[in-house]
Design a protein around this ligand. Structure first.
Ligand code: NAD
Ligand code: ZN
Length: 244
């Protein structure tokens, strides 16, 4: 479906009326940069092992070599340095240039919001750009990770763990994220199926607190009823129309 002029006008009004904006983004934010999401029809995970098992802290601890093989495959880690921000990322960065206080709460681990120029980005699920030693905590850059099939710590030799939040691990910045959403005058959700907890409770709390909420996502989510406006269309086309 494409976005209607009425929806664009309503969203423009919501954005125009808010100085502090919180934006919750998910994998759909980066599909137009060429990074597949998980849950769209052409999302990349369709194996015999469940995603939650493959990207879990248990699997990493049990078999780091097998974990890294699956992890690279799932996240196209070899390519991550080459992906570029798209019109959606640029739209959010431009809002800050317009003088808005924009806090991005992202489930993405690709670093594209920062590359687009957004300054307040909480990477709730961590980042692909580094991997750290679980024993001595030494961080290692992506270049190093890409050069080794099973990347080991340069200081102590332990198998590195990607600096992403794996299934079975707590989301460290979740309280700050809820605070940012509750302090905002508008919550935008972009490109998330809202299937992953606890992040999917952010719009629930914001709506309960009476904060206007808008969603841009191809497919409906089970929380759509909470939103003042749901646009089931592409992020890029919607943002381009908002700017025009
Ligand atoms: P998800 O895959 O569950 O949902 C993505 C949603 O975005 C889908 O509902 C889809 O309809 C929608 N979508 C896709 N492209 C779109 C577009 N161009 N415009 C509008 N809507 C679009 O993603 P999620 O909710 O973020 O949960 C997946 C988990 O996987 C997250 O925890 C995230 O950490 C991780 N992940 C991250 C990346 C990344 O960093 N880019 C990629 C895949 C998965
Ligand atoms: Zn170490």
């Amino acid at each position: 479906m494409s976005v209607t002029e009425r929806q664009v006008q309503y969203l423009r009004q919501l954005v125009g009326g808010a100085r502090r904006i919180a934006v919750l983004t998910g994998a759909g934010m980066s599909t137009e940069s060429g990074i597949p999401d998980f849950r769209s029809a052409d999302g990349l995970w369709s194996r015999d092992m469940s995603l939650a098992d493959a990207v879990s802290v248990d699997y990493f601890q049990r078999d780091p070599a097998a974990f890294w093989r699956a992890f690279r495959d799932i996240f196209h880690i070899k390519l991550v340095g080459d992906y570029q921000p798209n019109d959606g990322h640029r739209f959010l960065a431009a809002l800050e240039e317009d003088g808005k206080e924009v806090t991005i709460l992202t489930q993405n681990i690709d670093g594209l919001h920062g590359r687009a120029g957004s300054r307040r980005v909480l990477e709730l699920h961590g980042t692909l750009l580094t991997a750290s030693c679980p024993d001595c905590r030494t961080p290692h850059p992506l270049d190093y990770v890409q050069q080794h099939e099973l990347p080991a710590c340069r200081r102590c030799g332990a198998a590195l763990k990607p600096d992403v939040v794996l299934y079975g691990e707590a989301v460290p910045m979740i309280d700050v994220a809820f605070q940012a959403a509750l302090n905002a005058e508008l919550l935008l959700v972009m490109g998330s199926s809202l299937e992953v907890s606890p992040v999917n409770l952010i719009p629930v709390e914001a709506a309960r607190a009476g904060i206007p909420c808008a969603l841009i996502n191809y497919t409906p989510t089970r929380f759509d009823a909470l939103f003042d406006l749901c646009i089931h269309a592409g992020i890029g086309e919607t943002c381009r129309q908002l700017r025009s």
